[in-house]
Design a protein around this ligand. Structure first.
Ligand SMILES: [Zn+2]
Length: 231
């Protein structure tokens, strides 16, 4: 095998290694927490805090209603008990009873509103919980697949690196060094020659260069400097 062909094969291996390394780092970057799951968990926590606050309000309103009912019962007992005879005092008691009744019915309305809000919040939380469970299951599935893909890519890469080592051991160190320098400088170090044209720069090559390359020598394109490879 000519040195140019060996270097061309080395280049193909290097390109394959590059692309598998890219796939590996992409897969690694996708490992970890899901932003969507985290966001939804935050939302759920807020909703739960709000629900607790609403329940506290609900209990407070219920206590207040109970308290008013007791006061109302006492006032009514006095009013209709017959112990108070003074008309002015009776009128005052009457007003007191009316005031307690109005206040209680206002509170009952408020308590009902709170209860509706509690029910709504509970429904929202149940819905979010279900959504979150689904998302978590999907995310875990993705993470498992990613971990498997990472293991596969690592195995492919170690195989490719082994092949590269075996190949580069067969090539002269000077040729490898030339190749490495060009690869660093231009991305691709070896250019195919097709129909007398360098595929690296698309320039027609002089006959002498073509002849030298055909003879198995390492020849650099006089235009782009890449190593020429005649398939
Ligand atoms: Zn060229």
């Amino acid at each position: 095998m000519s040195a140019a062909k060996q270097l061309y094969e080395l280049q193909e291996l290097d390109q394959e290694i590059d692309s598998q390394e890219q796939a590996l780092s992409l897969a690694k970057s996708q490992l970890g927490e899901s932003q969507t799951v985290l966001k939804l968990q935050g939302q759920l926590q807020q909703d739960q805090q709000r629900l607790e606050e609403l329940r506290r309000k609900q209990h407070a309103a219920e206590w207040e209603i109970e308290d008013l009912s007791t006061k109302l019962a006492t006032a009514e007992e006095t009013l209709f008990g017959g112990s108070v005879k003074n008309p002015k005092e009776l009128t005052n008691l009457q007003h007191e009873v009316e005031m307690f009744k109005t206040k209680r019915s206002q509170l009952e309305e408020k308590a009902l509103e709170i209860m509706e809000q509690v029910e709504l919040a509970e429904a929202t939380i149940a819905k979010t919980n279900k959504q979150l469970e689904g998302m978590k299951a999907e995310w875990q599935h993705q993470q498992r697949e990613l971990s498997e893909a990472i293991e596969r890519l690592k195995a492919i890469l170690s195989d490719l690196r082994r092949k590269r080592q075996l190949l580069s051991d067969k090539i002269s160190p000077q040729a490898v060094e030339l190749y490495q320098g060009l690869r660093k400088e231009r991305g691709t170090a070896v250019a195919r020659v097709e129909q007398g044209i360098c595929r690296g720069c698309r320039i027609s090559l002089p006959t002498t260069e073509l002849q030298q390359a055909r003879g198995g020598n390492l020849v650099k394109c006089s235009s782009c400097g890449r190593i020429l490879f005649l398939a």
